[in-house]
Structures are given as C-alpha cells and as structure tokens.
Design a protein around this ligand. Structure first.
Ligand code: 5RP
Length: 266
C-alpha cells in the first residue's frame, strides 16, 4: 500500500487499536431530510468531537462542516436513485476524485449492489474508483448496499458481497452485522470491515449490543448513523459506542457510563 493511501487510512482506522467509530450522515443523498438530520449542521456539529471520521456527501461538507474542525472525511461519491425508486441500485459515481482531493477527503465511498439489477454497473464503478484511488493515494470504502431487500442481510450474502468488494480492490468495506455467521463474513474478507447500524433499533441497548457483537466477531468498527443521531441521547450514544469499540466496554458498562449515568445530552 502506498504511503499516502496508508496515511489517509490511518486517519480513519486508528493504528493504535485498529478500530474506528465513523459517524454516518450521508443518508440525505437518497433519503432527503431524514428524521433528526433535517438541519445537518445542528445534528452533526455536537457529535464531531467523538467521531473518528464522518461519512458524508460533498454538499453537506461544504454547507455544514467547519473546515477548521479537522475531522477526517469519508466522502460518499456514488448516487443516482432516490428512495422513491423501486430500484435503488441505479447508481454511478457522482463526485470526481479531483473534488474529493480538493475537499481533502481521507477516503471515498461508493455502494455496490450485488445481486441487484445494476450489480454490473456498481462493480465496474468500484473497479474504476479503485484505479483512481490507487493512482492518487485515496482509500476506497465499498458499501455493500442491499436496497430495500433487507432479507439479504444473511452471512452467505454478506460474505459474497464483502469478499467481492475486497477482490475488486476496496481498501475497507462497510456492511451489515448478521447473526449467525458474522465472524465468517469477517474471516473471508481480507480487508477491514465496518458495520452500519441500519434503521433505528428499538432500544439503545440493542444498538450497543450490535456494536459489541460486531467487534467481538472481528469488525474494525462501526459506521453508524441513525442509531446515534436519532437517539434522544445522541452524545451519550456515540460516547457509549466509542467505549465499546475503543475501550472494550460491555454494552451494560457503556450504557451505564454514558446514558444512565446522566452524562448524556442531546
Ligand atoms: C447508506 C449508507 C449509510 O451511511 C448507512 O446506512 C449507515 O448509517 P445507518 O447506521 O443509519 O444505517 O451507507 O447506504
């Protein structure tokens, strides 16, 4: 791996423990003003001190993030279908590598849709993005998107999608946690995996449990959005997630320290 690429990646995945807490706030690129992310700056700014990186679009970077904040940016560069479209897989690269470099991104991210109508296009886009990333020292995060077909989140499907992403040259992969079999997904993917939280779970303990189980199974960290900023205790939640990812806290310890302990504020 080239020095520059490795240096960028190490801004996201901490070399000290090989783990990361990425805060995903890119949902608007196909969902529009998602609940509690209606005014991006208001939601994101208080959470920045606790995020190892932001997963975000260029529009929200430029309008809503202070350039002096120095938080590493994982720039979403794919898009093209809204939530109103039955086929969410019709995406392409929408943000150039030049713009990613201007923004001083630490990585670029695009979705792949294995098994979906536009599987081919998304995989070819991944290959091209990796070619550009290797040429410029820019890591590529492949997101194994499942569109509206949530039943695809089993170990067999996720192993296939994650392994393909790594074979195409992605430097790290974002996927969903699954039970059973997540450790097999991690084992058969030769690059680090970060897990999405998915739609808001019933309780904060559910999201902390998911984080804990994913780390125990070998994930490098999380790239979590709604389960953090849709919580009534967003700061407490991200601090609790950090305690699990970086300090090996149990969900109960993390919950007690940051949510029940009264230290959490929205
Ligand atoms: C959409 C994404 C989002 O960043 C994502 O799903 C992560 O956020 P959440 O934890 O809310 O699921 O990549 O394709």
């Amino acid at each position: 791996m080239d020095w520059g690429l490795q240096n960028r990646l190490s801004r996201i995945i901490r070399p000290t423990d090989g783990h990361t807490v990425m805060l995903a706030v890119d949902h608007g690129y196909f969902l529009g003003p998602t609940r509690r992310l209606e005014i991006p700056r208001k939601t994101i700014e208080p959470l920045i001190p606790y995020a190892d990186a932001l997963m975000i679009t260029r529009g929200v970077v430029r309008t809503s993030i202070d350039p002096g904040s120095n938080v590493p940016i994982v720039l979403r560069v794919s898009g093209g279908a809204s939530v109103l479209n039955e086929d969410l897989s019709h995406e392409a690269v929408t943000t150039s590598m030049d713009d990613a470099l201007r923004i001083n991104a630490s990585a670029v991210a695009l979705s792949i849709f294995v098994g979906a109508p536009h599987e081919h296009d998304s995989l070819v886009s991944l290959g091209s993005l990796v070619n550009e990333g290797e040429a410029r020292g820019m890591p590529v995060l492949a997101v194994t998107a499942v569109g509206k077909e949530l039943e695809k989140r089993d170990a067999r499907y996720l192993s296939l999608a994650c392994r393909m992403a790594a074979e195409f040259g992605a430097h790290f992969v974002k996927t969903y946690y699954c039970d059973p079999g997540f450790e097999k997904v991690v084992e058969s993917c030769p690059v680090p995996i970060v897990v999405a939280g998915g739609p808001k779970l019933d309780t904060e303990m559910d999201a902390l449990g998911l984080t804990h189980d994913a780390i125990q199974a070998g994930a490098a960290g999380v790239d979590m959005g709604r389960n953090i900023w849709q919580s009534d205790h967003a700061i407490g939640m991200i601090r609790a997630v950090r305690a699990i990812v970086h300090e090996r806290a149990t969900p109960k310890e993390a919950h007690e320290a940051y949510l029940k302990g009264g230290k959490a504020k929205r």
